[in-house]
Design a protein around this ligand. Structure first.
Ligand SMILES: C/C=C/C(=O)SCCNC(=O)CCNC(=O)[C@H](O)C(C)(C)COP(=O)(O)OP(=O)(O)OC[C@H]1O[C@@H](n2cnc3c(N)ncnc32)[C@H](O)[C@@H]1OP(=O)(O)O
Length: 284
């Protein structure tokens, strides 16, 4: 997990004309758009002509966008979606065709994993709004988010074995951790596409709605009323604990609970409850 120090940081100058000029960076992006509304960073992938397939430029810009969200103290949640009829239809198969040896294939997988790991380690709630196809690297991107909201017509799957490949952007690891080994191997070995309702019953998505983006923004707004440092620490406890024994995980939980308990927000949250008023969290 990234550390949470940016949320304690009081100096916002770097976002508003200081070292980091966000609008200079976002205006240069060509494969996606990045905007912040109501403290939610919204990333929209914009290669609809290729069903938003992940090429090198898009992977690079996703990394940039995730880092912008992390650096912006005003951003408290992130939603990622695709333009057109796909969320992301996978890694760009034109690029995969050129991977002819072990080294280049391994490097390509590591580069993709790196971007997915950046998303997975953001200390804010992240939500994939799956508005259509989420296949291969596209599903792996969605799996790196905390939550997934699918539209009714969405199709999800890991079809890589049909191309002579295997999932390489984290799918073989994140999918079984999310839905269990047997269910994950069903999807990975058949390569079949599942619809939104089946994805919901598998635990692959959290919600199925008419409009994935609207549903994801609504879910993001639900998190915004909570204490931001607590959100980051709660996420860290879950993400770190999943790879540990229960006793190790409980140790981590106790450590992070201690950190949460020491924040001003914890004093404010508990005091506000006892005073029967709404809490005003400052992220401190
Ligand atoms: C480590 C990660 C590995 C991976 O991710 S491997 C890739 C996994 N993904 C896939 O195997 C899915 C590939 N795409 C498809 O199977 C189909 O597409 C769909 C079922 C998603 C949709 O089919 P339809 O509605 O008939 O559309 P269309 O004409 O196939 O696609 C529209 C344009 O989008 C391009 N495209 C779609 N997916 C990819 C992709 N993953 N990489 C590169 N291009 C893609 C097509 O080629 C085409 O382009 P044009 O109009 O120029 O013919």
């Amino acid at each position: 997990m990234s550390d949470l120090s940016h949320q304690d940081h009081q100096d916002h100058d770097h976002q508003h004309g200081g070292a980091l000029d966000v609008s200079d960076i976002t205006s240069e992006l060509t494969t996606l758009s990045y905007e912040v509304q109501e403290r939610i960073a919204l990333i929209t992938i914009e290669r609809p002509e290729a069903l938003n397939a992940l090429n090198a430029d898009l992977l690079y810009e996703l990394g940039v966008a995730f880092e912008l969200a992390e650096a912006d103290l005003d951003v408290r949640a992130l939603v990622i979606t695709g333009s057109g009829r796909a969320f992301v239809a996978g890694a760009d198969i034109k690029n995969l065709q050129r991977l002819s040896d072990t080294f280049s294939g391994r490097e390509a997988a590591l580069a993709g994993q790196d971007v997915m790991n950046t998303l997975a380690s953001l200390p804010i709630p992240t939500i994939a709004a799956i508005n259509g196809f989420a296949l291969g690297g596209g599903l792996e991107l969605a799996l790196a988010a905390d939550l997934r909201v699918a539209s009714r017509g969405a199709k999800l799957g890991l079809p890589e074995v049909g191309l002579g490949l295997i999932p390489g952007y984290g799918g073989t690891q994140r999918l079984p951790r999310l839905i269990g080994q047997g269910r994950a191997l069903d999807l990975i070995l058949t390569g079949r596409h599942v619809g939104a309702e089946e994805a919901l019953s598998l635990g692959l998505v959290n919600r199925v709605v008419d409009d994935a983006l609207e549903g994801a923004l609504e879910l993001a707004r639900l998190t915004l009323k909570n204490a931001p440092i607590a959100l980051g620490l709660a996420k860290e406890a879950v993400v770190r604990g999943i790879d540990m024994t229960i006793n190790q995980g409980l140790e981590v939980e106790a450590d992070l609970f201690g950190m949460a308990a020491s924040t001003e927000d914890a004093t404010e949250g508990t005091t506000a409850f006892l005073e029967k008023r709404a809490a005003e969290f400052k992220g401190q």
